[in-house]
Design a protein around this ligand. Structure first.
Ligand SMILES: [Zn+2]
Length: 408
């Protein structure tokens, strides 16, 4: 008995406002009524009425313990509320070079399950997709959820994604994935809506939701690994650009006469500061092959040459980041990725110096450059966050109860 209300009627407005409150709560996890009003632009009274209806329908619960006291405010801290688990769970899947991981979170952002499976070297994409579907079913059962409870599935894949077509682009890591349409492959297996996103954007969403970017509205996540990519969050939303290629900071020109990059340009940041570039530099001086894992290990043990190579990479990255600061004026930059996470201040300190030297002073003062907190979980948790930040209505399982409670 909850057919769509006529567009423009009071009923449709109420439904639209209700959905805005649900979406804001899903993004914020746990929030006060005042925060929801700020986020949605609705009045405090409207928010309170909608929250009361949602509570009656069992979709919203008050959290134990009060929120943090507001500086300068009189009286008790505000009561915090969150969506109940019956308002749907979010599923994330991440495929790595040699692993597959699945996580499930409820709409208050609590992680209910997190499972990881090793995969053989050069695994077949189709087999990995089958294994992922099985692990999702298993994890849902373990937390007592059914398919009807699932809001959506977020997906991270081991290669570049063309966001316009959602296909995997050329990948030097796993050739079996090239040309594949992972979202529809997963939808076919799970009969659930699946959304795919690139690794830097997933990292940005994860750090924004659970990590070093919490509370930020304008955030940049830098993934420093074999490639160098940025995930841009502007006004609390992921910024993808017209075709989904925003954030390709690794292909910023640093040296116009530098080496030819895999993108065809010359002297890209990646040719000077990507893991392969650092390794190549060290191979020349040390002789013999060296990979990222090894040069990081040596640097952490005090090897001067390896420390110098990482510091120089940090300085080069800082040149591109200074330009980014001048253009976007972010409040925080979170540094992650295999190289970013493990080298910590060895990379970040010179990166900061380089930004301070090159960005316009006000932009440099506004930005805080910090290491990521989620390490190698960033992409998996980002896949979960992708679902929580996507919007959309309450899943089928909860629709009946919600409509019954809201219809007055
Ligand atoms: Zn390039």
């Amino acid at each position: 008995m909850h057919g769509k209300a006529e567009p423009g009627s009071p009923g449709s407005l109420r439904e639209a406002n209700r959905n805005r409150v649900i979406e804001a709560l899903r993004e914020l996890g746990v929030a006060s009524r005042a925060e929801i009003a700020r986020r949605t632009g609705l009045s405090r009274t409207t928010v309170s009425t909608i929250v009361a209806d949602l509570r009656q329908a069992g979709l919203v619960v008050e959290q134990d313990g009060d929120g943090p006291p507001i500086p300068g405010a009189q009286g008790r801290p505000p009561t915090m509320i969150a969506l109940h688990r019956s308002a749907g769970v979010a599923v994330g899947i991440d495929f790595g070079k040699r692993h597959l991981a699945v996580a499930i979170a409820d709409p208050s952002h609590e992680i209910l399950a997190e499972e990881k499976r090793e995969l053989p070297d050069d695994y077949e994409a189709q087999q990995a997709l089958d294994a992922a579907a099985a692990l999702v079913e298993e994890s849902l059962a373990a937390v007592g959820a059914v398919r009807e409870d699932v809001l959506g599935v977020g997906l991270g894949v081991p290669g570049p994604i063309h966001l316009a077509t959602e296909t995997v682009g050329s990948s030097s890591i796993l050739p079996g994935w090239v040309g594949l349409h992972p979202a529809s492959e997963m939808t076919r297996r799970l009969a659930l809506p699946v959304h795919v996103e690139n690794d830097a954007n997933l990292g940005a969403l994860a750090e924004l939701t659970w990590g070093a970017g919490r509370g930020c509205r304008d955030l940049v996540y830098l993934k420093v690994s074999t490639g160098i990519g940025a995930g841009l969050v502007i006004g609390g939303q992921l910024f993808r650009g017209a075709g989904g290629t925003a954030g390709e900071i690794g292909h910023t020109t640093i040296d116009e006469t530098g080496d030819i990059c895999r993108c065809g340009n010359r002297g890209c940041l990646e040719t000077m500061a990507g893991a392969a570039a650092i390794a190549a530099l060290l191979e020349r001086s040390r002789g013999g092959e060296i990979d990222a894992e090894r040069f990081i290990e040596l640097a952490l043990a005090g090897d001067t040459g390896c420390r110098r190579a990482i510091a120089d990479a940090g300085r080069h990255i800082g040149v591109a980041v200074a330009n980014l600061c001048n253009l976007f004026n972010p409040e925080r930059i979170v540094v992650g990725g295999a190289v970013g996470v493990r080298t910590g201040e060895l990379l970040i300190e010179p990166l900061r110096d380089s930004v301070r030297l090159r960005a316009i002073p006000t932009a440099a003062e506004d930005v805080e450059i910090v290491p990521g907190r989620l390490g190698e979980r960033a992409e998996l948790l980002g896949a979960v966050a992708l679902v929580l930040h996507r919007g959309g209505s309450v899943p089928r399982g909860a629709q009946g109860a919600a409509a019954g409670g809201a219809g007055r």
